[in-house]
Design a protein around this ligand. Structure first.
Ligand code: AHG
Ligand code: MN
Ligand code: MN
Ligand code: MN
Length: 335
């Protein structure tokens, strides 16, 4: 890339003073995430090779390969953050409970906690389709100097100080917000550097793409069925286009660039839907709102929900503001 593209490292330093709590710690943490992203990217890129070897040798572990990559991404991310001694706690989709972290010289002096979905869309790994990583950062609410507790992790999304994702697509991108807009950085794999390629990302106010697993259609609530029918109706700029990758990160990323709505509703099979409030919905909601979009559970703002458990699931409607509002309208009308 040429000189006009800022590196992520340069961007972090330049924007450090605009952080709400400008101690430099959040910058260090974003730097640690940047490093973790590169480490996980390296593992994800090798997965194709491992799959080829696995498919040739042993058909019994096809399903387990994906699980191994979930676990590997989880380990790499947690290890990288632990090594930087910058967070006091981590919670992950792949861990039963949260992890409390002591720094070596001082006990529990770090202020930040991180929640991660280390590998999002992992069912896409063995077919070489885009996957991602999602992260969400909060300041602890319990006193510094004591071990973190569950209370530190069960904060509403509105308390997030930063959130973002890495999409391992045709190129690898890191997209994040610290509450001052959304910026996207593309990795130049030859030199291992992220460059600011997508400054100030914004959802178009409306769009023509709806993303939902329509295989579950008959199990959806009536309001969601009605909205899907509306998307398919021949009128004005409709029918919309249906696009569903099955990786939240990739579906969100496309919709943010092109305009669209992503939906994972509750259903008669899954009373709270599938997506996890803390690792998936809150960080994506923060990004969406920072990019002029909207994120809802069908009734109200995702980020106002008070979490009650780590692995809590929640219905999720996210994307271009007008489209999410329309979906909410159909849901309300069907009640
Ligand atoms: P994960 O791979 O982290 O478990 O997340 C998968 C999620 C999300 O990325 C995706 O949009 C959704 O599950 C797909 O679910 P369905 O296969 O039920 O459509
Ligand atoms: Mn996920
Ligand atoms: Mn995952
Ligand atoms: Mn999973």
């Amino acid at each position: 890339m040429d000189k006009k593209h800022k590196t992520l490292g340069e961007f972090i330093i330049e924007n450090q003073s605009s952080f709400q709590y400008s101690s430099g710690e959040l910058s260090k943490l974003i730097n640690a995430i940047r490093l973790a992203a590169k480490v996980v990217n390296h593992e994800v890129n090798k997965a194709g090779l491992i799959d080829i070897l696995g498919a040739a040798g042993d058909t019994n572990i096809q399903g387990e390969d994906q699980q191994k990559l979930d676990v590997l991404a989880n380990e790499k991310f947690i290890q990288t953050l632990k090594n930087r001694e910058i967070v006091c706690g981590i919670a992950s989709e792949e861990e039963d409970d949260f992890i409390s972290i002591n720094s070596q010289d001082e006990q529990h002096q770090n202020k930040y906690i991180v929640l991660i979905d280390p590998l999002d869309g992992s069912s896409n790994i063995d077919v070489n389709v885009s996957v991602g990583t999602i992260f969400s950062i909060y300041r602890r609410v319990t006193p510094v100097g004591t071990p973190v507790t569950i209370e530190d992790f069960l904060q509403p999304g509105d308390n997030q100080v930063a959130a973002g994702y890495i999409v391992y697509g045709t190129s690898t991108m890191l997209v994040y917000t610290t509450g001052d807009g959304v910026n996207g950085f593309t990795l130049n794999p030859a030199i291992g550097t992220f460059y600011l390629s997508h400054p100030n990302m914004q959802f178009p106010e409306t769009g023509k793409i709806y993303s939902v697993n329509e295989g579950n259609y008959i199990h959806f609530p009536q309001g969601v069925k009605d909205y899907i029918k509306y998307c398919q109706q021949e009128e004005g700029d409709r029918p919309y286009t249906s696009r569903y990758i099955g990786s939240l990160v990739s579906d969100f990323h496309r919709n943010m660039i092109k305009g669209g709505i992503y939906m994972y509703p509750k259903s008669s099979k899954a009373s709270e839907g599938k997506l996890r409030l803390l690792y998936e919905c809150n960080p994506m909601a923060f990004l969406a709102e920072q990019a002029n979009g909207k994120a809802s559970d069908g009734k109200g703002r995702i980020m106002e929900l008070k979490p009650t458990e780590l692995h809590q699931r929640v219905p999720f409607f996210c994307g271009s503001t007008k489209m999410v509002e329309k979906a909410e309208e159909f849901i309300a009308n069907a009640l």
